[in-house]
Design a protein around this ligand. Structure first.
Ligand code: ADP
Ligand code: PEP
Ligand code: MN
Length: 526
């Protein structure tokens, strides 16, 4: 029998383990160990080698007895046996035990104290500890951190490579969650995003059990306490659109919604930095300074980042604590949302840039989760891949999609929320022909949706999907509002739109006959 907690405690208690180092100490350590370099604004920059995005095929959940019926097993939540887990756990602990030093960060997931999770993150790399310190919620004092009892522990050993033949993994990399033991074991990959997204997956398991909705969305709040949520799969614009000088940022990626309102799960943001510019995304650009971590961003000899350089990956990243954003709300808690925006990056270029959804359409589109996987975010994705990612976050959902959809439906009704579908993807033709929607237009549309101004406008129904498209939006050229007008050929548009509609219908079959009603009311039945 492996005593997991004793093993972890012994590792943490070693003289050579650094527990709860300050940001300055972690930066110094990282530089001394040759893990990274400083940028001209004092950010720490690291490269992650072969793995520059998440590796979903290497992600597993231990099939413990008590979980069998709860987890939605399949391609996303791949089962792995306790035996395989224990064997790898022992190897990884031994491996880390032989290292000259390891790093430990203790903190929280969840800004709501009633449901927050105590975390411990044990890492081989100093810069990974810095990432954890940046992304999770920091205890106020070191004493508080040292006194914590972890409910979940991440053990990360990126230079430990599994042997699929003997270790029972699919490759050298693995991200294995044991919900029962409260352990996440990561090896073979240096991409830091695995750590934050595995904790998110766990919160998506734990929060619904406590009656709290968990969501893959960003959130911000305006002067009038009007809260907006932006759901979307990776790269669709959650981080970019939630950073808005006119509104307080609650968080950029992971939130809970309880009887008091919404709260952030994290303490930091994780922005994509490809083509980042101070003109288009000033808040994010300014947030990258001492205390931030850059991943796979090109750096010249003088330490100046070149954000246009995607030679290491399209998925270049910046992690920064929430307080690097001027108008961040800390603690990151706010009231109930008035507006929900579903972000989709439609690579076919057929969905309107903004449309207002009825309650039924909202349920249908939430369950469908149509969007694209964008280049670099997952291993092997180099061009946008259309995908149905249920709840706009299927890679992170351990439970059945209906659990989340039912909760959201109930909350939308109770709080009378306006829901919009926003296409941040292609316009004027599909990927390769048209171009990505102009960010400044998306921002204008989103601002007007949130202010309530848009709901008062006149709408027309689109021919393909029955969506309500506003006939005008201040600051946005009229002709881009209905995508049919932006294509060179209307026939070509109609053909592509019909294909997408058929794909929607086909995809929805997986939700079974009990969901037929949702499809019918959402306007998607044959
Ligand atoms: N119309 C648009 N809306 C939102 N983002 C856009 C748009 N056009 C281009 N982008 C770019 O797409 C990326 C969106 O990424 P990000 O906001 O980090 O997504 P997420 O947080 O959902 O993963 C950014 O690099 C942003 O500059
Ligand atoms: C970190 C990620 O999420 P996002 O792009 O949604 O910020 C990810 O998908 O690896
Ligand atoms: Mn993001």
């Amino acid at each position: 029998m492996v005593n997991h907690s004793e093993n972890i405690q012994n590792l943490v208690a070693k003289d050579t383990s650094h527990v709860q180092l300050s940001t300055a100490q972690l930066v110094e350590k990282s530089l001394k160990r040759g893990e990274g370099r400083l940028t001209e604004t004092g950010a720490l920059r690291a490269e992650t080698g072969k793995y520059t995005g998440r590796s979903p095929k290497d992600r597993f959940i231990v099939e413990d007895g008590t979980l069998k019926d709860k987890v939605d097993w399949g391609e996303v939540n791949q089962p792995i046996s306790e035996e395989v887990f224990d064997n790898l756990f022992t190897k990884v602990i031994d491996y880390l035990g032989q290292k000259e030093e390891v790093f430990v960060f203790n903190g929280y997931a969840g800004a709501d104290e009633k449901t927050r999770l105590n975390l411990s993150v044990v890492t081989e790399f100093s810069w990974h500890s810095m990432f954890a310190r940046t992304m999770f919620i920091r205890p106020e004092t070191k004493e508080e951190a040292l006194a914590m009892d972890a409910q979940f522990t991440i053990v990360s050993a990126p230079t430990f490579k599994a042997d699929p033949e003997t270790d029972g993994t699919k490759s050298e990399a693995f991200v294995i969650v044991s919900l029962e033991k409260g352990i996440i074991l990561i090896g073979g990959t240096e991409y830091a995003g695995e750590m934050k997204k595995s904790i998110f997956s766990i919160m998506n398991y734990l929060l619904p059990e406590q009656g709290v909705m968990s969501m893959h969305c960003s959130a911000n709040v305006g002067e009038n306490k009007d809260v907006a949520l932006f759901f979307g799969l990776s790269g669709t614009g959650k981080t970019t659109l939630s950073a808005d000088a006119q509104r307080e940022l609650i968080g950029d990626d992971e939130h809970g919604w309880n009887e008091d309102g919404v709260f952030n799960i994290e303490g930091g943001c994780y922005a994509k930095t490809i083509n980042l510019s101070p003109e288009k995304e000033p808040e994010i650009f300014k947030a990258i300074k001492f205390g931030s971590v850059l991943e796979n961003v090109a750096l010249d000899d003088e330490g100046k980042p070149d954000y246009d350089d995607g030679s290491l990956t399209e998925n270049t990243r910046a992690a920064y604590p929430l307080d690097h954003i001027d108008n961040a709300r800390i603690p990151s808690v706010a009231g109930h949302p008035n507006t929900i925006i579903f972000l989709t990056a439609d690579a076919f270029g057929v969905l309107p840039p903004i449309s207002k959804l009825t309650r039924e359409q909202a349920m249908y589109h939430f369950l469908s989760g149509f969007t694209s996987k964008l280049a670099g975010t997952e291993r092997g994705i180099t061009t946008p891949q259309p995908v149905f990612s249920t709840c706009f976050g299927s890679p992170f959902l351990p439970l059945h999609a209906k659990t989340y959809a039912d909760m959201l439906g109930g909350l939308i009704d109770k709080h009378n929320v306006n829901v919009y579908l926003v296409n941040t993807g292609w316009s004027g033709g599909e990927y390769g022909v048209g171009k990505r929607m102009d960010l400044k237009y998306t921002r204008s549309m989103v601002r007007r949706a949130i202010s309530g101004e848009l709901a008062l406008n006149a709408f027309e129904e689109d021919t393909a999907f029955g969506l309500s498209i506003p006939t005008s939006v201040a600051g946005v050229p009229k002709e881009i509002l209905n995508p049919r007008n932006t294509w060179v050929s209307e026939e070509a548009y109609d053909e592509k739109a019909l294909k997408l509609k058929e794909a929607f219908i086909e995809n929805f079959k997986k939700f079974g006959t009990e969901s037929e009603d949702i499809a019918k009311k959402g306007g998607f039945s044959l």
